[in-house]
Design a protein around this ligand. Structure first.
Ligand SMILES: O=P(O)(O)OC[C@H]1O[C@H](O)[C@H](O)[C@@H](O)[C@@H]1O
Ligand SMILES: [Fe+2]
Length: 201
């Protein structure tokens, strides 16, 4: 059991529905240039880089944490800006927790999105989220936020402070099994033909 420290005190967090936390510990920003290899349509991503440059902000995360040890929670907001790369909607890189059994809650604050979920043994799920809706993601599910609207997709998340992130799992598999693509006014799932299957769990 970890010894409480002076900073282990309850903290009031002011959470903006547009994303952002007063009282955060950290802000983490991802730019278009960081998304190399994430979208299946490489040319579409290259074209976007040509138009907007590598320094164009695509998503950002504010979080608050008071210790790294097991038992503590990380609370944050994730703001994914809208976009389309070929037929694919704007996504976060996505990950499996490094401590794979760690769960995560995502509560939609604004915008319209999909939480794309997959397991190493091939189960898939996609949960659409509108403001007021949440998804309780069990451990062992790879998760990626997808903005399927035309405004920022903002979620409040909460997960165990010792979870960590494994990003290689998606890259090694040629991307996630499913793509979230534009379909009329909405979205649809499409098989990613480059997906080779995940490594053994
Ligand atoms: O970590 P990424 O897949 O790039 O997504 C960005 C963020 O998504 C979620 O909201 C997680 O809880 C964050 O810890 C993570 O950093
Ligand atoms: Fe996570």
């Amino acid at each position: 059991m970890s010894t409480p420290t002076a900073v282990d005190v309850p903290t009031l967090l002011e959470i903006s529905p547009q994303g952002g936390i007063e009282g955060r510990s950290r802000r983490y920003e991802k730019y278009l240039g960081d998304m190399d290899g994430v979208y299946r349509d490489e040319q579409a991503w290259q074209d976007a880089v040509g138009e907007r440059g590598t320094d164009d902000l695509v998503y950002w995360v504010d979080d608050q944490r008071y210790q790294e040890g097991p038992g503590a929670l990380i609370v944050g907001t994730s703001t994914v800006l809208p976009g389309l790369y070929g037929e694919e909607f704007a996504v976060t890189r996505g990950h499996l927790h490094a401590v794979a059994d760690r769960a995560e809650l995502y509560y939609c604050l604004s915008g319209r999105g999909v939480m794309l979920l997959e397991t190493l043994d091939g189960q898939t799920s996609a949960v659409e989220l509108a403001p007021g809706q949440a998804v309780n993601v069990p451990g062992h599910w790879i998760h990626r936020s997808v903005n399927v609207g035309d405004e920022p997709f903002v979620t409040l998340f909460c997960y165990a402070a010792d979870a960590g992130q494994d990003y290689a799992v998606i890259a090694e598999a040629g991307g996630m099994k499913n793509l979230v693509v534009a379909d009329g006014d909405g979205w649809a799932l499409k098989d990613n033909p480059d997906h080779t299957g995940y490594r053994a769990g």
